[in-house]
Design a protein around this ligand. Structure first.
Ligand code: KG4
Length: 335
């Protein structure tokens, strides 16, 4: 069965063709809007929706071309239904429903977080269920117990800023370009992780929730204090110390979740999981706890339509198809 995946939840318009039965990805293409939003230091929702409108059809045509198939070969459309920016979601969602109606084929609505949890299945080495999944991106920081391709228990979530959002805001404060995560991690390479002791929000004892607004504010305060004292800000040290605080909390809580549920497999997903220090510390801590870590390549960690096609295929097998009148949603409905 050939599935056309469509993703437009934030600032990337993506399309992919995936062969579900043979577990083969035939194409995956993406049109990034970073150039449009970078001048504003963050995503401008109105501009994002307008850009999706321009890009969605060309991306779908390109995905089909690269897969060397036509519209008539597609048997299912899988589209991101939420969470995300409503205007952005509506573009891909309306396009997908209209195309499915025109082609007379079913359409499934996929939760974007399910895509991130399952993106690792796009790689050759696949984890076995059950596993603990940490999904960290610009819009989410969540821990899940994944029991199957379609069953996820939400164990913890961010109470304020998502990890990627904190990276982006800290980068903006330090005058680094958007998106800030890759820039902060580049600067951190030459910085001292122990130079500044930024706070870690552990929350209540044993809580699996996250909070990153405190560490972000601590960076702001540190920055302002340096300016008041007319001291230079060592951007590399700030980046390394900030990154270490975020990575410390993400990794410790993930391993706590694994221990609590007696799980020996950990999966990382979402744009922030491209972070080299997060991968390194998570790898070390998993090894120390006897867990195996699975992470997709960076292109599949970030937003993409291949993960949506794969997740959609498994939903379709449960006959979870969309009705024409269904709508998008801004908050995840998982677990
Ligand atoms: O998953 P994604 O592409 O889109 C969302 O669904 O949000 O994630 C984008 C987020 C941005 O906040 C970006 O700054 C962050 O992932 N990010 C990183 C890195 N690469 C991307 N954060 C830290 N380190 C990185 N290397």
């Amino acid at each position: 069965m050939l599935i056309l995946g469509i993703e437009s939840s934030c600032d990337d318009t993506a399309a992919a063709v995936y062969d579900g039965e043979n577990d083969r990805l035939l194409s995956s293409v993406l049109s990034s809007q970073h150039g449009i939003h970078s001048q504003f230091g963050g995503v401008v929702p109105e501009l994002a929706s307008r850009q999706h409108l321009k890009a969605v059809h060309p991306m779908v045509v390109e995905a089909l071309d690269r897969a060397e198939v036509g519209f008539e070969d597609i048997q299912l459309i899988a589209v991101t239904q939420g969470p995300g920016l409503i205007g952005s979601l509506l573009v891909g969602f309306s396009y997908a429903k209209a195309l499915a109606y025109r082609l007379g084929i079913p359409c499934v609505g996929v939760d974007h977080l399910a895509g991130h949890i399952l993106s690792v299945f796009l790689e050759d080495e696949k984890p076995a269920f059950p596993f603990i999944a940490l999904t960290v991106s610009g819009g989410t920081s969540s821990l899940f117990l994944a029991e199957s391709y379609t069953s996820f228990k939400h164990l913890g979530r961010t109470r304020d800023d998502a990890a990627g959002e904190a990276f982006d805001k800290v980068a903006k404060l330090l005058g680094l370009p958007y998106p800030g995560g890759p820039e902060v991690s580049k600067k951190a390479v030459n910085g001292d992780r122990d130079a500044i002791s930024f706070p870690r929000a552990w929350l209540e004892e044993d809580s699996l929730d996250f909070s990153f607004s405190g560490v972000k504010t601590a960076v702001l305060n540190y920055h302002n204090q340096c300016k008041q004292k007319k001291q230079p800000v060592n951007v590399e040290d700030v980046c390394a110390s900030f990154q270490e605080a975020v990575v410390d909390v993400l990794t410790q809580k993930t391993l706590l979740a694994a221990a609590r549920h007696r799980i020996k497999t950990v999966v990382l997903g979402g744009g922030v999981s491209a972070n080299a220090r997060l991968r390194e510390v998570m790898g070390d801590r998993c090894q120390a706890q006897g867990c195996e870590l699975f992470v997709a390549r960076p292109a599949f960690c970030a937003d993409n339509a291949a993960m949506i096609a794969l997740a959609g295929y498994h939903l379709f097998r449960l006959e979870k198809t969309l009705q024409l009148e269904e709508d998008v949603f801004s908050r995840s409905k998982l677990g």
